[in-house]
Design a protein around this ligand. Sequence first.
Ligand SMILES: Nc1nc2c(c(=O)[nH]1)N[C@H]1C(S)=C(S)[C@@H](COP(=O)(O)O)O[C@H]1N2
Ligand SMILES: [Mo]
Length: 554
Amino acid sequence: MSSPHAPTPVPPSTGAPAARARQGALGPGGRWLPPVAGLAAVVAGFGLAEFAAALLAPGASPVIVVGSLLIDLAPAWLKELVISLFGTADKVVLIVCIAVVAVVLAALAGLLEYRRPPLGRFLVIAVGLVALAAALTRAGAAPLDAVPPVVAAGVAATLLTMLITRLHASEAPAAAAEAAAAATGRPASVTPAAASRAAMDRRRFLAYTGAGAGIGVISAIAGQLMTAGTRAADAARALFTLPTAAVPGTPVPAGASFDIDGLSPIITPNADFYRIDTALAVPRIDPSTWTLKISGLVENEVQIDFAELLALPLEESTTTLTCVSNYVGGDLIGNAVWLGYPIRELLARAAPLAEADMVLSRSQDGWTASTPIEALTDDRNAILAVGMNGDPLPLEHGYPVRMVVPGLYGYVSATKWVTELVVTRFDKETAYWTSRGWSEKGPVKLSSRVDVPRDNATVSAGTVTVAGVAWSQHVGISAVDVQVDDGDWNAATLADAISVDTWRQWRWDWPATAGSHTLRVRATDTNGEVQTSKTADVVPDGATGLHQISVSVS
Ligand SMILES: Nc1nc2c(c(=O)[nH]1)N[C@H]1C(S)=C(S)[C@@H](COP(=O)(O)O)O[C@H]1N2
Ligand SMILES: [Mo]
């Protein structure tokens, strides 16, 4: 019987001394442990990131985000090659490729961390940074989209460090013994206490590896289950072909746009359209489950589903949408061609009672807006919109159905993800923003903006094009004037109007002289009202004042 402190011989190994020392206590097959640790760490990070994405940033799961980036970056010939080889399975092929690359990188990170710490961690963090950049540069990226990649890299790097540290600890005694043996020429030996500590470290290493991988797989599955509804909405939107308009809108006249660099395009592309809402995660509604209910002070309650809405004669209209929080010169404004059905027709079916003066619209996530009933029943194009610039409504702009009401700020009219209209009275109910200090009524104020030159730009003396947009919804713009410093007002040239409900471009050729100048713009509406120079804050019912910019002329 050997004493607890008697050295235990290590079984002779067959490799060269150097290789044996490196292999340490891992024994045959042990060289797989570092790459396996790398994989477990990455699976844990990836799984928790999927879970975080499902909770906070649906649509920003690392695979989707990196995949979309690769799709955008891939040269045209490669895309065509993949599509010609794999057809509609191209996305599956892409995801399989990403998975293979991820497995290789994970194994490599494990090896690097084992052989040359902290290179493995660095590799994981570098890949995380690429995913982070991909997440934040996507069109419509939200700050929360940063969470999944940060979680992925943070969890993977931490777990990898822990696992490899255990692994090194588990083989330290044997490695030390082998090193001593090589130095003394005597057979290598490890004390039983050290050997049992090593065995314990080894068991811990294996347990943590398994636990990490297990947690990763379970969180990824949980994330997938949580976003099943999301995917139904996304898939439905992707398959949805917008019906054609039964009533086409006024075509945008060719003369509505000036070709001037930096001037806002007359129609704002969906990807550039401002977004304002209280939704932390964009509501995802499966349109096959969507209904709109009209109730309250009505003779007949009305309910309509998505298929019924699409079957109605849809109308196209171009309407500018703007936010009450838009400061003078701000960019919370856009103009789109909407496709939808007049709300007035649906309200007529419900037959509102005479006492009703307001419609409280409610979104799927519980946001509300209070709209004067006459704005929804008069002849303006107040619609339940399903299309925006020829596409189904983007998810963040209200898919599948939102309201668009010309002439009113968004907070009192433009309910996205709308599911309910309650016909009621202003003295009975308030809405989300009107119960938080904003005005009950929110007509859009007459305003104008200089787009070119940019504020603080430097231009050369001579003729300088000054241009921008002006709007007076539901009334129309009749004139725009520009003032340089405190000089006279100069009449700008107006582009053609689409309708009184859209903004209008203007331009003026400025004979610019050297020095620093201030340019100021002022619009006049078709009622002869001149835009006020009196400044008002955005609270409670929209900013006023004149937009001015500074330009230095050299
Ligand atoms: N469901 C819902 N709809 C909403 C909001 C919101 O927070 N939730 N914000 C409103 C506000 S304040 C504005 S200005 C417009 C903005 O619409 P957009 O994001 O499509 O530009 O949506 C309106 N509709
Ligand atoms: Mo708004």
